[in-house]
Design a protein around this ligand. Structure first.
Ligand SMILES: CSC[C@@H](O)[C@@H](O)C(=O)COP(=O)(O)O
Length: 323
């Protein structure tokens, strides 16, 4: 399957990201309920992929409910609320809902347009970001550090932060990518490492807690990450652990880049203080690979995202340019 998420014969088809890298399998989601469950357990994840999921979910709802538009809107509200931080999810839902008056076929056509646009805008944003990396980093070939997964699995295809790596790798300019493992759900160790291996890019996985040490030792030329929501002032929400990377990068004087499609920019909020950060189940922290590692009484603090202040970001790059 070339795309992470697609429409196939009346259903939403996804690569099951909970199974990777042990098993590559696809899932057919036939109802909005199945899609919401897949979003919440992160079988489909990453802000741009969630935008596509939101739009395709409205297409499912429109087909299921026909002329009962209130039921379609109820499903759309549930979809948009499935995860609160990535603005792309509600953006995709709203775009598809905007075509509701045209009937189910018009809604599906809009969802398909979003899928087609995704690769184009992410290629463009990551091309511009790669140029910015080359402008601001002297060393060749480059050693880049990334966090979570902002690759093709986080988008319909291609990727954002990893899209930068693909462009630079095509030009023979990547020495190595450091992939933070990304506690607690290991999107870096499981998904980014899988993508880098598939693409033949040299990489090392490191614990999130080793990233500042790698930067301090001069092993990293720049940090490149994706985003879940970018406020009007460019404060940026991304996977928990991004903010400490920005602090370490600033302290040691290396550039810190955020790469995202324009659909991740939320001009309606002035700054990061207004971003709602999803809190997830304690068990994700108190267990590891299904085995409890903390005492039964342990409760966890498990925010899924953090907010990096704009002052710590060298450049936020979208398909429209550097913000
Ligand atoms: C191009 S993806 C950008 C972000 O969505 C990504 O970095 C991220 O934080 C994903 O978090 P996740 O919880 O795995 O959905």
């Amino acid at each position: 399957m070339r795309r992470t998420i697609d429409w196939n014969d009346g259903a939403v088809l996804i690569i099951d990201q909970c199974a990777l890298p042990v098993e590559y399998r696809t899932l057919r989601l036939r109802t909005v309920g199945e899609l919401i469950a897949a979003i919440q357990r992160l079988a489909v994840r990453g802000a741009p992929a969630l935008g596509a999921a939101g739009a395709l979910g409205v297409a499912l709802a429109a087909r299921a409910h026909g002329e009962d538009l209130d039921s379609v809107r109820r499903d759309a509200t549930a979809l948009a609320g499935a995860r609160p931080t990535a603005v792309n999810l509600s953006w995709g839902v709203e775009r598809a809902l905007g075509k509701l008056a045209g009937g189910p076929d018009a809604v599906l056509a809009e969802a398909r347009t979003i899928l087609d646009e995704d690769e184009r805008v992410n290629r463009a944003a990551s091309r511009l970001a790669a140029d910015e990396v080359l402008r601001r980093c002297e060393r060749r070939p480059l050693r880049l550090l990334t966090h979570c997964n902002a690759g093709r699995l986080a988008t319909v295809s291609w990727g954002t932060a990893l899209g930068v790596v693909w462009h630079l790798h095509e030009a023979g300019l990547v020495e190595q990518v450091f992939a933070d493992e990304t506690r607690p759900l290991l999107q870096g160790a499981r998904l980014t490492a899988w993508e880098l291996a598939e693409a033949g890019v040299p990489y090392r996985v490191l614990p999130d807690s080793a990233a500042a040490t790698a930067i301090a030792r001069g092993m990293v030329d720049c940090v490149v990450v994706g985003a879940d929501r970018i406020a009007a002032n460019s404060d940026t929400a991304n996977k928990i652990g991004t903010y400490p990377l920005a602090l370490a990068a600033a302290h040691h004087g290396i550039p810190f880049f955020v790469v995202a499609p324009e659909s991740t920019v939320d001009e309606s909020i002035p700054d990061g203080a207004a971003i709602v950060v999803e809190e997830r189940d304690s068990a994700e922290v108190t267990s590891f690979a299904g085995t409890r590692v903390a005492p039964e009484s342990a409760r966890a603090f498990n925010p899924a995202f953090d907010v990096t202040p704009a002052a710590l970001i060298t450049a936020v790059v979208t398909e429209k340019g550097v913000r």
